[in-house]
Design a protein around this ligand. Structure first.
Ligand SMILES: C[S@@+](CC[C@H](N)C(=O)[O-])C[C@H]1O[C@@H](n2cnc3c(N)ncnc32)[C@H](O)[C@@H]1O
Length: 220
């Protein structure tokens, strides 16, 4: 699943036709509980699920799956050059790092020539709107161009959640600086069947503004 709209890989085929995934080595970045890796394994691929959070990987372990789980930073991938055919990330790592080019360069390094990296993030336009599912989430409340990160702190002032904003142009420049060619930018539309509200996502907003941006990149 690429995002809360419900666009899934069976429909989107952004990693290629599912039948071509058989036997392919695929790295999932910011895997969380490794939902994508689990699906990839079911298609006959050879996924590796990577996340910075040990706790998330414990959830992955509990749910199960016969593929490696790796606890590491996406900016310092513990793999040899050219280890993977494909890489993917659904809202993993990239929105949360201050230096996305570092991550992109690392992903490029571990991909074989011709390898594809598909990643989804919150659509940059959402930054300008309050993260509310109702009508209050439809009025611009801050600058789209303000790259000051969103930070939540604990009682001792330590950052416990950080999100970094990149404009659409920033993302394109980051991808190019990371050594990739941008092949497609998918902006999933809110489908009629999806009536769920989750966080700032809702049919009301989804029908008016994009919520997810999926970047399809290739290593030449
Ligand atoms: C919004 S969750 C997405 C999880 C999963 N991909 C999904 O679709 O449910 C973001 C994940 O990225 C991970 N993450 C954040 N920064 C990271 C980093 N620098 N390296 C690796 N993983 C990171 C978090 O631990 C978290 O599990």
């Amino acid at each position: 699943m690429w995002g809360p709209e419900g666009l899934d890989e069976v429909e989107a085929e952004l990693l290629g036709p599912p039948e071509d995934l058989k036997g392919r080595a695929v790295l999932e970045i910011g895997a969380g509980a490794a939902q994508c890796a689990r699906w990839l394994a079911a298609q006959g691929a050879r996924p590796v699920a990577l996340d910075l959070s040990h706790r998330q990987l414990q959830h992955a372990l509990r749910i199960g799956g016969a593929f490696p789980l790796v606890c590491a930073d996406a900016g310092a991938l513990p793999f040899a050059d050219g280890s993977f055919d494909l890489a993917c990330s659904a809202y993993g790592a990239l929105p949360f790092v201050a230096d996305p080019v570092l991550v992109l360069k690392e992903v490029r390094r571990v991909l074989r020539p011709g390898g594809r990296f598909v990643f989804s993030v919150t659509h940059p336009i959402r930054w300008a709107f309050p993260d509310e599912p109702g009508p209050e989430g439809l009025s611009v409340s801050s600058s789209y161009f303000d790259r000051t990160p969103y930070v939540e702190q604990d009682d001792e002032g330590r950052a416990v959640y950080v999100e970094h904003h990149r404009t659409l142009g920033d993302r394109v420049r980051d991808i190019v600086a990371g050594g990739f060619r941008l092949v497609d930018l998918v902006e999933p539309e809110w489908p009629a069947w999806n009536s769920s509200e989750w966080g700032g996502w809702s049919p009301l907003r989804g029908n008016l503004i994009p919520g997810t941006a999926v970047f399809v990149c290739e290593r030449d």
